[in-house]
Design a protein. Structure first.
Length: 164
C-alpha cells in the first residue's frame, strides 16, 4: 500500500535542451520512496516501452521495485513475462533529479513523448496513485477531450470493491 499517492495534473515547460521540472509534490514522493536520496539525489524510473502507449510511465524507486517484483513472480520463460520484462524493464531508464528539481529527458523518452531532438514544448504530468504518466501536453489534452461516457467514476470504484 502506498503511503502517499501521486495526484493531480501539472503542466511544465520542456526547454530545447529537454529539461523539465518535476512538480514539487511529485518530487517529495520520489524523495520519500528512495532510500538512497538521503545522501544523494532522488531517482525517477521512466518506462517508455509499449507500442500502444502514448505516454511515459514514471515510478519512484519503491514503485519500480514493486513492479519488478510482480514481474519476477511471473512464470520464468513465459511469453507474458518475457514481454513484461522487455516492455517495462528493458525499455526503461533511471534518471536522477537535479538539485533544482529538473531532469533532462533521455532521447528515448523524448521520442516516446513526440518531441524532436531540440524541440521545446509542454509536458503534462498526470498522477495515477503509485505512479505518474508523462505526456506531451497536446496528446494528454486530446486524450481527455472525450473522457465522458456517462458513468460516474465513483461507481467504477464501487464495482472494483465489490469484485474484490
Amino acid at each position: 500500500m502506498v503511503s502517499e499517492a501521486f495526484r493531480g495534473e501539472v503542466y511544465q515547460k520542456v526547454d530545447s535542451k529537454a529539461r523539465v521540472s518535476i512538480p514539487a509534490a511529485f518530487r517529495r514522493i520520489l524523495e520519500a520512496q528512495d532510500p538512497a536520496a538521503d545522501g544523494g539525489r532522488p531517482r525517477v524510473y521512466m518506462v517508455y516501452g509499449g507500442k500502444n502507449r502514448n505516454f511515459v510511465e514514471c515510478y519512484s524507486k519503491a514503485g519500480a521495485d514493486a513492479l519488478a517484483a510482480k514481474i519476477e513472480a511471473m512464470e520464468l520463460g513465459s511469453d507474458e513475462r518475457d514481454r513484461a520484462e522487455r516492455e517495462l524493464i528493458s525499455r526503461s531508464v533511471m534518471v536522477e533529479i537535479e538539485p533544482d528539481g529538473r531532469v533532462v529527458l533521455p532521447l528515448k523518452v523524448r521520442i516516446k513523448m513526440g518531441f524532436g531532438a531540440d524541440e521545446a514544448g509542454e509536458a503534462a504530468f498526470a498522477g495515477f496513485t503509485n505512479r505518474f504518466k508523462l505526456y506531451r501536453r497536446e496528446v494528454y489534452d486530446a486524450e481527455n477531450e472525450d473522457d465522458e461516457d456517462g458513468v460516474d467514476p465513483l461507481a467504477l470504484v464501487g464495482r472494483a470493491a465489490r469484485a474484490g
